[in-house]
Design a protein around this ligand. Structure first.
Ligand code: HEM
Length: 148
């Protein structure tokens, strides 16, 4: 993963008042309304947790052990939440759309590629942490059709 580009592009869109992750959830729920029901807590609280996770991953991009340990554990929790593989694609698409919207003219195609690769790698490691497909509740497997 391209640490410098990820870091610089995140700094561009993650200004204190940019509302990056709050706007992300608006876009996600607009494009994929079926996932809305999965989120119990206040979107702002959820947004802050997601933001924290992304900042930590960018900080540890060169630390394969940290990434594996942390993201496997995060993946295991997401298996319990009922998060399926296609949902990671939906989340990456909406995260990049949000960053590009906030970054405006300063957001470049190279930034899009760097985040596409990074979010793909994060999803792969999180999914590696899943116990196995059968551990995902059937209810959520059906719902994932809406997030494909
Ligand atoms: C880039 C990949 C992702 C990261 C870094 C991430 C990060 C997080 C974090 C830090 C939490 C807080 C709870 C915890 O630590 O266990 C969380 C909760 C959650 N995430 Fe994710 N997540 C990702 C992908 C997804 C996807 C693809 C979905 C499904 C659309 C999803 C749905 C949820 C749900 C339903 C919760 C629990 C919300 C609640 O308790 O109300 N996440 N996520």
């Amino acid at each position: 993963m391209d640490k410098q580009l990820l870091h610089d592009s995140l700094a561009l869109v993650d200004l204190p008042d940019s509302g990056l992750t709050v706007r992300f959830y608006e876009i996600l729920f607009d494009r994929y309304p079926t996932v809305r029901a999965m989120f119990g807590r206040d979107t702002r609280v959820q947004a802050e947790m997601l933001r924290g996770a992304i900042v930590s991953v960018v900080d540890h991009v060169d630390d394969a052990d940290w990434l594996r340990t942390t993201l496997h554990a995060l993946g295991r929790r997401h298996a319990r939440f009922g998060v399926t593989r296609p949902m990671y694609t939906a989340v990456a698409e909406c995260m990049i759309a949000t960053m590009s919207e906030i970054g405006g003219d300063a957001w470049t195609p190279a930034m899009t590629s760097a985040w596409d690769r990074a979010l793909g790698a994060i999803a792969t490691i999180m999914l590696d942490g899943y116990p196995d497909e059968s551990a995902i509740p059937a209810r959520a497997r059906r719902r994932s059709a809406g997030a494909a």
